[in-house]
Structure formats: C-alpha cells, structure tokens
Design a protein around this ligand. Sequence first.
Ligand SMILES: C=C(O[C@@H]1C=C(C(=O)O)C=C[C@H]1O)C(=O)O
Length: 282
Amino acid sequence: MRHHERISIGRINYTNVWPIFHHFPEERFAGEVVFSLQVPTGLNRAMAAGEVDMGAMSSFAYGTNFDEYLLFPGLSVSALGRVNSLLLFHRKPLEQIAGGTFALSTASATTVNLLKILLAKRYEASPTYLTMEPSLDKMMAAADGALLIGDDAIRASWADHGYMVTDLGELWKAFTGEWMTFAVWAVRKDTVRRNPELVSRIHEAFQWSKEHGLRHPEGMIAKAQATIGGTESYWRGYFNQLTYEFGPDQWRGLSLYFSYAKELGLLERDVPIQLWEELPAR
Ligand SMILES: C=C(O[C@@H]1C=C(C(=O)O)C=C[C@H]1O)C(=O)O
C-alpha cells in the first residue's frame, strides 16, 4: 500500500444521492479521501480513466466497463416505479411521437439507455436521438421530447411549460414489473487491491451515513429547500420514493435492463453483477 495515496470518491452533484452522502463522516478520513463532485457522465468517465477510485456512478457505466469494477451491496439509487427526477417532457402522447426525435441530457447514461430500451421494446419505435446540454427550452425547440435527470428534471417539473411529463421509472415498472437501479456505488478493482482496508472503512462509513440520513432526513430536506426550492413535503416524498438498497430485488431489475441493452446493441457483452466483499476479519 502506498501510504500517502488518497482515495478519490465520486459524488453525483444531484440531490438524489444526499441520503447516502449527507452524513458521510469526512472528518474521520482527513488526509485519506478527496471528493470529486460531478454529473453522472463526468464520474463515469473519471472512474473509467482511474482518476476517481470509487463512489456513485451510472449503473449503465458499470455495464460498459464491469471488468474494472466491483459493486457495493446495500448502496444505490433505485426505485420500483416513480422517481420524480428522470423525466421525459413531450408535447404529444408518447404513442404518437415514439418514432420522432428525442433530445437527451449529456449528464445521463443509465436513463438515456433506459429510454432507448423502452422506445424500442415497448413502442417498437426507431426514433432519432440528439444529445444536448440539459436545457428544457433548447431541447424542446429541437425535438419532440426532452429527457432530463436529477435536479435539472426536478426544476423543469416545477416550471410552467404545459408539456406532458413521463416518469421513466414508472414506464419501466409498467413494462417489466421490476426495480430499476440508476446509480450504483462501485470501486475500481485496482483500488481494492492497493488499499483494501481503507475501501472497507469507506464502505462502512457510507452504510452508516445512509442509515443516519434515512432516519434523520430533516437537515437534508431543509438544505434541499434552501438550495433548490420546493416544499418540505415535496422533498420528504422525493427521498421516500427512492430506495437506497442494493440487494437481490435490485440486482434482478438491473440484470434485466442489462440484458435488454445487450439485445439492442447498447452494450457489447452480458453484464454480471459482481459484488465487493468485505475482507475476512484478521
Ligand atoms: C434517480 C436519478 O438517477 C440518476 C441517473 C443517472 C443516469 O441516467 O445516468 C445516473 C445517476 C443518478 O443520478 C436521478 O438523476 O434523479
């Protein structure tokens, strides 16, 4: 182990990960960790390049590069149904525009591929896709539908635009009956080899932080209201709608997503769910 090497932890810069990060005991890791705050696609790239060692990223990005990563059980951003922050905005019913043009946020990997899967499998459509910066007005000027994620989607859902709004978590559940996992907590295998003890302590701290965050959401809710807006009950509902578990139910839903992605050529290989395991106590 290189003693002075810090572990870089990726943190998605959206509210949806707050229940896992908000109470992370940074002071316990002084000098040992640094955080990298980015949109999901930024973290996906940084993890693949080895600039970030572990943390939250798009579940789809695990699928493209799984040989390099392990997944932490018990940590994810998942939902069985509605999410409220993975939203497709459109002018006409989806049935009428499924073969049209869709503008996709540059920040997303999991959800853009989820939309591709649903349009291909459920609507049997072959639409045109544009990738754009997440701006609802610009996207809707260029396309029949616009896909936003995270806080961009939340803000747009409050705006007075008159568009129809489809929740991608709800659409996936209606089509498959399954869970969907949007963000996973992954670690690079080389980081585990170099520094198993620190990785283990960080995992434990995340679990603690999550349990604490879910038991005591008040601080997080107040911070979300102050930084983004919305009511107390909106945020309480938002954090309750999401699930932060990553167990057999979520693995099954995510595996189904990966198999559709492979079938449609969005992923090249079958993707196994490979879990990180705690080192045996010495
Ligand atoms: C629940 C969400 O899931 C997210 C969607 C992601 C993606 O589409 O790649 C990645 C991480 C999560 O932040 C959200 O953005 O609100």
